[in-house]
Design a protein around this ligand. Structure first.
Ligand code: FES
Length: 67
């Protein structure tokens, strides 16, 4: 699935960049071009970042997340 139509960037590429340490949309823009044209994809890109951060910091307690 394309996250960024303007730059033809797929979710797999975005997830790969996030897994490599990218943690904000501006960095995705610098690396992949996400969000630098029309900007329509910025929210979707942020959702992918948030999902990664949420799942990678999984804690057995929903109230106390590791920092
Ligand atoms: S859809 Fe990503 S910049 Fe336009």
């Amino acid at each position: 699935m394309y996250v960024c139509i303007c730059q033809a960037v797929r979710d797999a590429e975005v997830r790969q960049a996030i897994a490599a340490g990218v943690d904000d949309v501006d960095q995705l823009g610098e690396q992949l071009g996400v969000g630098v044209s029309c900007g329509c994809c910025r929210e979707a890109a942020q959702t992918l970042i948030d999902e990664h951060l949420h799942t990678s910091s999984a804690s057995p307690c929903q109230w106390h997340k590791p920092n």
